[in-house]
Every structure is written in C-alpha cells, then in structure tokens.
Ligand binder design. Structure first.
Ligand SMILES: NC(=O)c1ccc[n+]([C@@H]2O[C@H](COP(=O)([O-])OP(=O)(O)OC[C@H]3O[C@@H](n4cnc5c(N)ncnc54)[C@H](OP(=O)(O)O)[C@@H]3O)[C@@H](O)[C@H]2O)c1
Length: 294
C-alpha cells in the first residue's frame, strides 16, 4: 500500500512542486491556511493552521499519516523580525507540536539563514549563528527535532525559485516581468547563495521518503553566485535586456532583518550519500522557460 503523506504549507512555492512530484503515487493530504491557489491537481485538501494545536491533533488522528512534510512557515524574513512571537509560534513551537503528536517520518525544510553569512557556503557540520529572528526560529525547530525521538530528516536549502504564471511572489517572475516592460531594476550584488529550483528539491524530498532517510542534509543548486548575477542569468535565458539591471548593496535597502551575505550550502554530503548531482542554474531556468512556452 502506498504511504500516506500529510503536507503542510502545501499552497506555497515549494508546496506546489511537492504536490506535482508526489501526485498519483501516494495517499496525499494537502493542508495550508489558504486553499491551493492553482488547484490544478485533484488532491484532497484541508485547511490547517499549524499554530492551531487542537486542529493538528484532530488531523493527525483522522488521517494518521506515515510521513509529514512540513513546508508551512513564516517565510517573510523582515516580517518575522517585526513579529517575533508569531515567528516563534509558527516556525518553532508548531514543529514541536506536530512532532510530539506523531511517530512516523518527519521531513522539515530549513535554511542557510541558520548561519551568519561570514564565510559561506556552509557544510552540515559548520557552526550555526543565525542573525535574524527567522534564522533563529528555524534553527530552534531543527534542535527540537534533533532532540526528539521521532524519525526526522532536516533538509536545509536556500533561495528557492520557480515560475508559474499564477505564482505571486517569485524572484524570476519579478525579473522577467520588469525587464519585459523595460523597467530598470536594482538587485543586490553582495548576497551569495546557490539558488535551488523547487522542482529539484521536490525530487529530493521524494527520495528521502522512499529511502526512509533520516539526518541533516544540505540541498541546493550547483552554482554559487550573487543575486545580481542570478538576475543577469535569468535575463540571458529569457532573452531580455540585462543592462536594465543595476547592482546595489544590501545595506542600502535598510531592511528590518539582517541578511547573511556569504550564505549558501555545500552539497557534497547529499550528492555522495544519495548518489545524485545537483543541477546547474542554466539547465533549471531553461526547463522552466520551456514549460512556460508549452
Ligand atoms: N523560499 C526560500 O527561499 C526558502 C529558503 C530556505 C528554506 N525555505 C523553507 O522552505 C519551506 C517552504 O518555503 P516556501 O518558499 O514554499 O514558502 P511559502 O511560499 O511562504 O509557503 C509557506 C506556506 O505556508 C503557509 N502558512 C503560513 N502560515 C501558516 C500557518 N499558520 N499554518 C499553515 N500554513 C501556513 C503560507 O501561507 P501564506 O502565503 O498565506 O503565508 C504558504 O502557503 C519553509 O519552511 C521555508 O522556511 C524557504
């Protein structure tokens, strides 16, 4: 019999790819505070606010999943800084509640924001030192899982991207739409990461389920570059005018939350143990572009 899988935050960016990846192969229950915006797949859906602990218990009792993929999070890094209690409740406490009421495989998505960005990219063994409330609350969730008795797998990732016409907030969409309408844009050139296509991460999540993997793993794209360079590659792939893109510094943005500048994640461990190769940015963007044209 196929595994039963509860997906939280299923209407978000990564959720979309995860549902597409797992559709038809498992018994799925997609949950979120919002109904899946795209709603293309006929997957059973329940409203689940993961800070509603009573509802967590009743869904876990009724659905009794083999696997939880926890994608729900307070992902607006600046808003987390301004609302630390909400960030703690959603990014940390809810993970404790979910894991305390469950004894299957728990897959948690974490972030390179658990590091300070002084000397990335980082391996799984490097010392954490989050700068922001978002990073701190995500790290505390990691710690809770690592100290728990359940079968946990933490996948740290960074700068997720995808582009569907219906996507609301997407870096690619913003760059493409702005350049198509000849708008000048400013992009930071001092934040370094290895951007990750959600489709590739969704495939890794399926591997984690099938191989019943536990432990802490990094996963990210093959290319380590800054956000300005990322925008320029998007312009190249979509045949748009990259001279419209100007570099700026993170400092000039005066954001509420400090950003790790030299972030990003080393991926040797997952590549060796899963016998996979991380995908380069141009290949991923090319596939996204061809999907849009089809
Ligand atoms: N995006 C990145 O670059 C990145 C990098 C590293 C790690 N991650 C991690 O990857 C995971 C998925 O990220 P993502 O980019 O897919 O985020 P996302 O697009 O913001 O998706 C998160 C989903 O959770 C929902 N949500 C918010 N509060 C909730 C609650 N109380 N209960 C249930 N659902 C709730 C959100 O709804 P609303 O949209 O209405 O808030 C959204 O649909 C997160 O754990 C994130 O921390 C993301």
């Amino acid at each position: 019999m196929s595994k039963s899988i509860l997906v939280t935050g299923a209407s978000g960016q990564l959720g979309n790819s995860v549902l597409n990846q797992l559709y038809g192969k498992y018994e799925l229950l997609a949950t979120d505070i919002n109904k899946n915006k795209s709603d293309i797949l006929n997957i059973p859906f329940s409203i689940l606010d993961i800070t509603n602990f009573k509802k967590i218990k009743s869904i876990l009792t009724d659905f009794n999943p083999d696997v939880i993929i926890n994608l729900a999070a307070f992902t607006d890094v600046d808003a987390c800084e301004l609302n630390p209690d909400k960030a703690y409740l959603l990014n940390t406490k809810s993970v404790e509640m979910l894991s305390n009421n469950f004894d299957g495989q728990f897959i948690q998505i974490s972030t390179d924001y658990v590091f300070d960005g002084n000397n990335g990219p980082y391996s799984e063994d490097d010392n954490t030192n989050p700068l922001s409330i978002y990073g701190k609350t995500k790290l505390e969730a990691e710690n809770i899982l690592q100290e728990s008795r359940i079968n946990w797998c933490i996948l740290r990732t960074n700068v997720l991207f995808d582009y569907y016409i219906s996507t609301e907030a997407s870096f690619i969409k913003w760059v493409v739409d702005s350049l198509k309408s000849n708008k000048l844009i400013n992009v930071v050139d001092d934040q370094w990461n290895n951007p990750t296509w959600t489709q590739n991460l969704a495939e890794i999540i399926e591997l984690v389920i099938n191989k019943n993997v536990d432990g802490l793993y990094n996963y990210g794209g093959e290319d380590y570059l800054n956000r300005f360079e990322f925008a320029q590659i998007i312009a190249d792939i979509f045949n748009l005018d990259k001279t419209l893109i100007s570099p700026i510094s993170t400092k000039s943005l005066n954001q509420a939350a400090p950003r790790p500048l030299k972030g990003g994640l080393k991926t040797e461990k997952i590549e060796q143990e899963f016998d996979i190769q991380c995908i380069d940015l141009k290949t991923s963007l090319g596939m996204i572009k061809s999907r849009l044209i089809e």
